[in-house]
Design a protein around this ligand. Structure first.
Ligand code: NAD
Length: 253
């Protein structure tokens, strides 16, 4: 029960890494406010947690909109009285080179970058009232490496890493720790879709997409949820501004 009596917000919680994180947090004793644009998946994820005896509420929001981010934090306080932890995970995979249009840029930055910042701001206001808190931002190996035709996505994930460091500095005086995880290939809907497009099984996709990972496989979302749990909990009490690479050894190569 590493998050006993804690209250957490998890964005992008309808599927993939966000859903696995919300589920694990509830198992570890947290009350969890799940949020996503996908209301059907989000409600289902929250219900599945409650069915197993966990505390969870779903609130629909588009995190690219500042006012909706404010609504997420308000909904969490209304449901559980406070905010101790924020997991900024909602993300869009807009993979374009320099041919990216203004619409591509607006879409990728609004969710992957602006939304993370808005939520850190509103959540920090509540964390201060509790004497501190933790933020875990979901970056990517793409935060630090070059990949073909990914100017947009990798720029947004690079920004997540730098936002993490700068926010760690700014929020330290409020006893708020800010860290990020940087996953490699994780078997979630987008990766599955790309595998299907290429006619690849999960095992084949792990080898193909993870060709630069030491561990040539696609990981389960839960294998990212555990490192997020570590950074959200007191176990990481001397970590702030770090990037924890959960990438099967990709960045070691
Ligand atoms: P996913 O598509 O399964 O989950 C993303 C969730 O975010 C979806 O439920 C989606 O509805 C939600 N979302 C998207 N835009 C939103 C918005 N504006 N407001 C609210 N919710 C929104 O994908 P995933 O693989 O679980 O990705 C989660 C995070 O992990 C993302 O930030 C992604 O960039 C990152 N990541 C994933 C991988 C991977 O291999 N899957 C690798 C590195 C990083």
């Amino acid at each position: 029960m590493r998050l006993k009596d804690k209250v957490a917000i998890v964005t992008g919680a309808a599927s993939g890494i966000g859903r696995a994180t919300a589920t694990l947090f509830a198992e570890e004793g947290a009350s969890v406010l799940l949020t996503d644009v996908n209301a059907v998946g989000g409600e289902e994820a929250a219900q599945a947690i409650r069915d197993k005896g966990g505390k969870a509420v779903f609130h629909k929001a588009n995190v690219s909109q500042q006012v909706e981010c404010e609504g997420v934090v308000k909904a969490c306080v209304a449901a559980f009285g406070r905010v101790n932890t924020l997991v900024n995970n909602a993300g869009v995979f807009i993979l374009r080179g320099v041919e990216a249009t203004p619409e591509d840029w607006q879409a990728v930055m609004a969710t992957n970058v602006f939304g993370y910042s808005y939520l850190m701001n509103f959540a920090a206001e509540e964390m201060r009232k509790q004497g501190g808190g933790t933020v875990v931002n979901v970056g990517s190996v793409s935060s630090v490496i070059a990949q073909t035709k990914r100017v947009t996505y990798n720029a947004s994930k690079g920004a997540v890493l730098q936002m993490t460091r700068c926010a760690a500095l700014d929020l330290s005086e409020d006893n708020i720790r800010v860290n990020c995880v940087c996953p490699g290939v994780i078997w979630t809907a987008e990766v599955e879709r790309m595998a299907q497009e290429g006619g690849l099984t999960r095992e084949e996709a792990g080898i193909e997409f993870g060709s630069r990972q030491i561990m040539k496989r696609a990981a389960d979302s839960r294998e990212v949820a555990y490192p997020i749990l570590f950074l959200a909990s007191e176990e990481s009490s001397f970590c702030t501004g770090i990037a924890l690479f959960v990438d099967g050894g990709w960045t070691a190569m």
